[in-house]
Design a protein around this ligand. Sequence first.
Ligand code: SF4
Ligand code: F3S
Ligand code: FES
Length: 247
Amino acid sequence: MDVTFKIRRRNPDLPDLAKPYWQEFLLKDVDPTDRVLEMLHRIKWEQDGSLSLRRSCAHGVCGSDAMRINGVNRLACKILIRDVGDKVQVEPILGLPVIKDLIVDMEPFFDHYKQVMPFFVNDDPLPADGRERLQTQADREQFDDTTKCILCACCTTSCPSFWANGHYVGPAAIVGAHRFIFDSRDQAGGERLDILSEPNGVWRCRTIFNCTPACPRDIEVTKAIGEVKLAIRKGTNVGIIETSAIH
Ligand code: SF4
Ligand code: F3S
Ligand code: FES
């Protein structure tokens, strides 16, 4: 089949191409099971080597090829041509500065992520017998979903609250915080909840729900945000109070 790609492009280094513009490319002999990422490679390698995009693993693991495909945030390596049809529109994800073509500056996104202390905190000595810090299966289950995040930014850059206010920490950062807030072995849940109680924290979420269908890892993002809101309202770390850790 023939497929037409319409790609949003921009090259700030060249005055003639500094403003965003659309460019079309026709690809022939495309198989419906080809992935969008492979087709972007074909465009770059066969038609226009100046096309810029970010990708690495090509298997939905690294999270580097998030882009807006036919108006929806997707990982280009996980989407097949049969899912998007013979006219494919590709744009950079929204709400982050465009560096070139489909590449955005991810620094503001990672700055938000770093704000929420996305790392394990426990100053107690390890168990004397040298074992790991154990927890029950029920404890582990509380944050299982949010361990799956690959920091692709599909959720945050699909969120109208983030588009309206780039200072909003965003759903990905809240997912990152959730993973540790509800870990019964962690000791910094209260600090993270304080951070997320700030004006640009979790209450900027208006439950618009764009983030959940945008997630390529099928994380229930809005549910995780709701659990964090509830924990703040209760004024405590629900995970630690309601479950028991094994040490
Ligand atoms: Fe990507 Fe999902 Fe993580 Fe958001 S929660 S950054 S969409 S993997
Ligand atoms: Fe945005 Fe998701 Fe909340 S789209 S408003 S973070 S439910
Ligand atoms: Fe790694 Fe798509 S290239 S997730």
